[in-house]
Ligand binder design. Structure first.
Ligand code: HPA
Ligand code: ZN
Length: 329
């Protein structure tokens, strides 16, 4: 099925093989002897333990070429799964704090996108995320670095450790971002402290168009109503949810679908999640939550509607899905 991915962290697509290649190229010592032992170290049980491993991985990224290779490898991989459009998160603070310049990063990421479109026909855009456990000042500094590259970044997001880092901590930046023409989304991760208030703030105080994850909205009728009224989209990641709520049979995806909320399905950090890219995440809700062909068409239409693209491209994406749906009945 032609499809879109809207919730994937580029740093979370860094496969162990590429990590070794970049480490060798940049003379970075890795604490693992081989790809297998590195993969075996990817053990986590909650958001903070995941983030520690995730941040270590990005230390091998230094030069423009490295960022180019990261994006290119992800887009090549998902083009093989018939992803025809992707919006990809990146966390500039992970890199600028290590002395990588904003221009090195953005130019490498952009070159990877352009070359992947040339080689595989896949279209893509970038969403810049702020690391929420860092200060609002740090986020504002990176926001200002991004302004000269506004045309290369479609939206702003918020990720990383949600504990005591509510959306309103970044209200001023997101207000300025909206004024500058960025589209807005935010993570509200599964089962976090004050999650209902964080979801409410993201919707009412920040005015996001999407929520990344957002599972706990299902607990509160007034939040469900708010999401319906505003036509909010949800970027849900089945494998990541399985990690947060093991054995719950994908109650999040199922619940959103049954309520008619605008659910989309995505992969989050596939290189750290046993290589589960978007197809494997879709298979997971097929196997565990009984999603069938019509449901996958619904979530894919939702993703094309949620995409931050012009009408011409949106129609083109929908036409490809129409052709697929016609051919498969
Ligand atoms: N949540 C928060 N931060 C993240 C995630 C996530 O799913 N993936 C990478 N950084
Ligand atoms: Zn995420």
């Amino acid at each position: 099925m032609p499809k879109a991915e809207l919730h994937v962290h580029l740093e979370g697509t860094l496969e162990a093989e590429l990590k070794f290649e970049l480490a060798a190229r940049n003379n970075v010592d890795l604490p693992y002897v081989d790809v297998e032992s590195m993969r075996a170290s990817y053990v986590f049980h909650d958001l903070p333990s995941f983030l520690t491993i995730f941040y270590e991985g990005s230390f091998v990224l230094h030069h423009e070429e490295d960022f180019r290779d990261l994006v290119y490898a992800y887009l090549r991989k998902v083009a093989s799964q018939n992803v025809i459009y992707a919006e990809m998160f990146f966390d500039p603070q992970q890199h600028t704090d290590r002395g990588v310049s904003f221009s090195t990063m953005i130019e490498g990421l952009t070159r990877g996108r352009i070359e992947a479109e040339r080689d595989f026909g896949i279209r893509s855009q970038l969403i810049m995320c702020f690391v929420r456990e860092r200060s609002a000042e740090s986020a504002m500094a990176v926001f200002e670095m991004a302004l000269p590259y506004r045309h290369l970044i479609v939206g702003l997001g918020l990720d990383s450790d949600e504990l005591d880092n509510p959306p309103t901590k970044f209200a001023e930046i997101f207000r300025r971002g909206r004024e500058a023409g960025f589209r807005l989304t935010m993570h509200c991760d599964v089962d976090q402290k004050n999650t209902h208030e964080h979801i409410r703030q993201a919707i009412e105080d920040i005015g996001v168009e999407r929520i990344d994850h957002g599972a706990n909205l299902l607990d509160r009728p007034e939040l469900i109503e708010m999401a319906r009224e505003r036509g909010l989209f949800f970027t849900v990641c089945p494998y990541a949810n399985e990690m947060m709520r093991p054995g719950e049979n994908q109650s999040i995806a199922r619940g959103m679908l049954d309520l008619g909320l605008k659910l989309t399905l995505n992969s989050d950090d596939p290189a750290y999640m046993e290589g589960n890219y978007i197809n494997e995440n879709m298979l997971m809700v097929h196997d565990l939550a009984g999603f069938g062909p019509d449901d996958f068409i619904t979530v894919t239409r939702n993703a094309f509607d949620a995409a931050w693209i012009d009408d011409e491209l949106r129609q083109e994406l929908h036409r490809k899905l129409d052709a697929y749906a016609m051919a498969s009945v």
